[in-house]
Design a protein around this ligand. Structure first.
Ligand code: AMP
Length: 306
């Protein structure tokens, strides 16, 4: 199955307790595209960049098999830029700079070659843009996955509600799930979010793993305990990319397959945080991926006699 990804392709400048970077490659769609290429899934990105974006980074995506026909280049414009600084515990960060630049007037265009994508992953962008992408697909994809954040709850509530109503799978972090639902209990929050539309609700809990809710069932996974977390940027996007790519590979959207997809997404995200930006993810081989999934299995499999 083909995966269509909509999201930012960006420059990031990141500061963590371990060091800082100048402008490096970032953006939600970038992480998602690289993650899906590790599983050899056919993917394409719809986004917009400026004339300042390096050709080498576009070539890297193409070499990985990511279709970039949907990345519009505004020659006289500047690429989206985000800068963030992590606190010592790495669980929270301050956004220092957001220069929206060419994303401000983003008018997404879906190339003919990606019109038949069965899975649509809507990365974190204005819900109005997410909706327009869905409307511009000739046929509704079989699965619509939505990533969003509190910023859109504060600034575009009604549009976000329209988008959520058309979503099959929503991925959201715990605090955002609480804000969206008005419920502190994540179980109650998931129930309310189901009522808004999505049949599957994924709540991410950072270093504490993730929960998948569907039809009264709950599946929980931990995050892989790592000796060192270097830079958490893009972990959520990598998770969503690994999750969606696995479903595309298996061509199945059952609860059982989604459980496995959750593990794959988490395993991928555990690589992203080991180096700055996309650096580590770009180095990961399929066999390293498989080894890490096995680590997950060893971590979580047990038998109890009662
Ligand atoms: P995450 O760490 O998963 O929240 O994702 C970080 C990525 O999101 C970075 O590479 C940024 O370029 C990108 N990003 C940050 N803010 C925005 C925004 N307002 N719109 C789109 N992408 C963003």
């Amino acid at each position: 199955m083909k995966l269509l990804v909509v999201g930012s392709v960006a420059f990031d400048a990141i500061e963590t307790p371990f060091g800082k970077t100048d402008k490096i490659l970032g953006g939600a769609a970038t992480y998602i595209g690289i993650a899906s290429s590790i599983l050899n899934v056919e993917s394409g990105i719809v986004s917009v960049i400026g004339g300042d974006f390096p050709q080498a980074d576009l070539d890297m995506l193409t070499a990985r098999g990511v279709n970039i026909e949907g990345i519009e280049i505004v020659k006289e414009g500047k690429t989206f830029f985000w800068s963030g600084k992590y606190h010592n515990d790495l669980n929270s960060r301050d956004t220092l700079v957001t220069e929206v630049n060419v994303l401000e007037n983003f008018d997404p265009k879906i190339p003919e070659s990606m019109q038949d994508a069965e899975i649509l992953l809507l990365g974190n962008l204005h819900p109005g843009v997410q909706l327009s992408v869905l409307e511009r697909m000739k046929n509704r994809p079989k699965l619509v996955i939505l990533d969003t954040m509190n910023f859109w709850m504060d600034s575009a509530w009604d549009t976000l509600m329209q988008m959520i109503a058309k979503t099959d799978v929503i991925t959201i972090n715990d605090e955002e799930a609480r804000q969206l639902s008005g419920e502190y209990s994540l179980v109650k929050a998931a129930k309310k979010i189901h009522e808004m539309g999505p049949e599957f609700v994924i709540i991410k809990k950072g270093e504490h793993g993730a929960l998948l809710f569907h039809d009264g069932k709950i599946f929980a996974i931990p995050a892989l305990p790592l000796e060192e977390v270097f830079d958490p940027t893009g972990a959520g996007d990598t998770f969503a990319g690994g999750f969606a790519a696995y479903l595309a590979k298996k061509e199945d959207f059952s609860f059982e397959t989604m459980k496995s997809a959750l593990i794959v997404g988490s395993a991928m995200a555990s690589f992203t945080v080991e180096k700055f930006g996309t650096e580590k993810l770009q180095e990961v081989t399929e066999s390293e991926m498989i080894a890490r999934i096995k680590n997950f299995k060893d971590l979580t499999t047990f038998e109890v006699e009662v």
